[in-house]
Design a protein around this ligand. Sequence first.
Ligand code: SAM
Length: 261
Amino acid sequence: MSFTTDWLALREPADKVARNRLLIAELMAHLNGRVPRITELGCGTGSSLRALSPYLPAGTEWLLVDGDPALLQAARGLAEGTPGLRFMQADLGAGLEAVLAEPADLVTASAFIDLCSHAWLDRLSLAMPKGAALYITLSYDGHETWWPQHPVERMALTAFHVHMRQEKGLGPGPALGPEAAETLALMLSVRGWRVRTAPSPWHLRATEDQALIEALADGAAAALAETQVLDEETLGAWHAARRAAERVDIGHLDLLAIPPD
Ligand SMILES: C[S@@+](CC[C@H](N)C(=O)[O-])C[C@H]1O[C@@H](n2cnc3c(N)ncnc32)[C@H](O)[C@@H]1O
């Protein structure tokens, strides 16, 4: 599955606003002034680096990992001159454990774990660098409201979630889609991690976020076309209604997990 720099640039401002501030404060309280080494999984063009840097002390070291060389190149370009950065191209399906063998105080990912399977999250939790905390943001949680609502919206959203659960190379097994963050929270809690989740929704308005709303509508319509759940005419009408939405809420969850001593 590939993501374009245009799509990531389009969503970055909404993501920045949506990140849960209480969880950022808890993360900083956990770091307690320590200068951390951070590994980011699926960094894209580096939006987490840009969002978190204002909160982090000088000297913070980042290892930014992604499988897509074009996105990594864009990340390098956008971060030019920033000290303390390393970039790594790696397939986090096959190579997760090797990446996590790098020492780190914090492992983070953003808009990423909904692509991952239950087994991959298990691998993540077992391979975490010793003592490192986990901060996973902007995981899609399945809640969407589009105003005004088209009559087939509920059925279309259900079909969209089924489509999201296709295998994405971060397995073994199918992607968890909207269940990923809650699954990870439960998995870590029963293993003794101290876990907090908090909402990080997008609240989009056509007056300010038209391009993002249209891109979301187009992406979902392309996915729905593959499922063949709606006939062509209904799909077209639903797609047009979504493109013309005045307001859109999309749910996400942020998660902070501190390992047991
Ligand atoms: C939705 S994007 C999020 C990017 C970035 N974290 C952000 O918030 O803007 C998902 C990212 O995961 C990366 N990715 C997906 N599958 C991957 C894999 N198997 N190995 C490494 N990176 C992968 C993609 O290249 C993409 O950069």
